[in-house]
Design a protein around this ligand. Sequence first.
Ligand SMILES: Cc1cc2nc3c(=O)[nH]c(=O)nc-3n(C[C@H](O)[C@H](O)[C@H](O)COP(=O)(O)OP(=O)(O)OC[C@H]3O[C@@H](n4cnc5c(N)ncnc54)[C@H](O)[C@@H]3O)c2cc1C
Length: 434
Amino acid sequence: MKVYADVLIVGTGIAGLYSALNLRNNLKIVMITKEKVDDCNSYLAQGGIATAKDKYDIENYVQDTLKAGQYKNNEEAVRILAEESIDNINNLIKLGVKFDTVDGELRYTREAAHCNNRIVHCKDRTGGEVFNVLLKRVKEKSNIQIIEESCLIDIIEKNNICSGGIAVKDNEVINIYSKVTILACGGIGGLFKNSTNVKTLTGDGISIACKHKINIRDINYIQFHPTSLYEKGENRRFLISEAVRGEGAYLLNKRGIRFVDELLPRDVVSKAILNEELKSNSECVFLDITHKNSQYIVDRFPSIYEACINKGIDMTKDRIPVTPAQHYFMGGITVDTYSRTSMKRLFACGEVSCTGVHGANRLASNSLQEALVFSRRASIIINNNIDDIQFNKLEIDESYNCVNASNIKKQNIKIALNELIKVRGDLKNELVNC
Ligand SMILES: Cc1cc2nc3c(=O)[nH]c(=O)nc-3n(C[C@H](O)[C@H](O)[C@H](O)COP(=O)(O)OP(=O)(O)OC[C@H]3O[C@@H](n4cnc5c(N)ncnc54)[C@H](O)[C@@H]3O)c2cc1C
């Protein structure tokens, strides 16, 4: 089957949806997604979106991001992130996102390593709320088509120019020819035994980039979130948002004693927890917010409260068992500040890309803002240049038509795993076996 589009977007998370909404209405846009449209990390995001509160907060926000990233960040990208953050929050509000407010003003919460309260949120289900609004707006547009359960297995490429992608749907191969392709295909959590991510995110963008010698960077920078819900035997871990610590929860060891400043950067808190688990020969530590008013906890964290109740834990009365788990990938496909990759007509944005904003460690709630800022910048430059591009109807290697689709998917996972092991051999035991 052959499909033609001006722009192919791979992924329907916040990066994919927001880039689609920022493209011109007269462009034919095809979006594909590996599973159902909401099977993505964006939908799971809880805590919120970091933003400069006003122009006076921009420099502080830059400095917090650089410090958390251990000064390995791309400072130009960090400045763009901070400077454009307010505009993007305003855009979301215009599109219909209802962030929490107090007396008609945005309510900002605190998360680790931010010097002040600057996280906007929709209770503890920010990602789901933003995702639903963006999806609704995308569905209102007649120029955008979403094809679900279509797995990108390769891109169409010749002489370092991308002319679309090859996807598999129901074991049928679809060649999608496009003038421009945007990879918004998320992170790598599905490669890890313990991760907060959805299972299906197996670093496909990274493996395709490796195959085509597209530049990637910082793939040794992998973030482990300090507080995922500990359950014996489980490997998809439910996240207990950092906002719970931001709102005053304590981390306690099994003797009930605090052992770390809860609002230090994630890598520091994760290491302190692992250390404590080793010292006390236990598989978890405890998060305690029982000193706060019960009704406040239920109102502020309804999803986390409900998830805990379903596991027999009442967080208004009980300590929550938590342990670190893989959470976020700072590295990815190298892009410039307009999300251009090293291959012509191929863009990457969101978690699959590496703008260098996060450096060695992402500051809490910066990934949704990064996805917004840099996917919009990709769309702006595509809008300005796409009229000069002609379709390039390359002949596709016919062997794709007879290869069993699930084998190709497995091959992709293997490539991504091998790349990771090359740079992070120490994580070998944490990675899935395939
Ligand atoms: C539990 C949890 C809580 C989080 N909380 C926050 C938070 O509060 N604030 C914050 O800033 N960040 C948070 N994050 C991180 C943030 O959610 C992600 O980094 C961000 O949503 C990534 O968006 P994305 O659009 O790049 O990718 P995703 O939203 O993950 O979407 C990836 C898309 O790519 C598609 N895809 C992947 N491979 C293929 C393929 N081969 N073919 C076709 N489609 C493909 C998937 O189907 C999916 O549609 C959280 C993450 C998790 C897991």
